[in-house]
Structure formats: C-alpha cells, structure tokens
Design a protein around this ligand. Sequence first.
Ligand code: ZN
Length: 74
Amino acid sequence: MKKILVCPVCKSKDITLDTGGITGKYVCKNCGYIGSVVLELTEGEYRELLEAEKLEKEAERKLRSKSKMEEFRD
Ligand SMILES: [Zn+2]
C-alpha cells in the first residue's frame, strides 16, 4: 500500500526529499522542517491523524471558551 510522508511538526503532506537525496533528509515545504524523521502513513492512518488533531483542538477550544459559557451543539 502506498505510504504518505507526513511532517512530524505541522502534519503537512508537503514533504520532499532534500535536493538529490544526498543528505537523505526530508524537507517540509510547509513549515521548513528538515530532518531524517518523517511519519509514514497510509491514507487511512493520515485521515485518522488529522481527525485526532481536530478533536484535540476542539477540546482545547472548549476548555478555553468555558469562561465565556459557550456551548457547541450538534
Ligand atoms: Zn511541516
């Protein structure tokens, strides 16, 4: 199955191998991350990752907005 390279910092798929692949390092075009470690995920795993991130952010937002007494209803 085809794997997607994902930036461990910003979770962008915009990852490319360093020029000519001489250093063997990956470069993230989105945040400028350079390193030998990237996430290798399948399409499904990547979607799960994004979903988990989204839930995390939503949880954070809920915590922050608690003082404002905001309600998020479906
Ligand atoms: Zn990045």
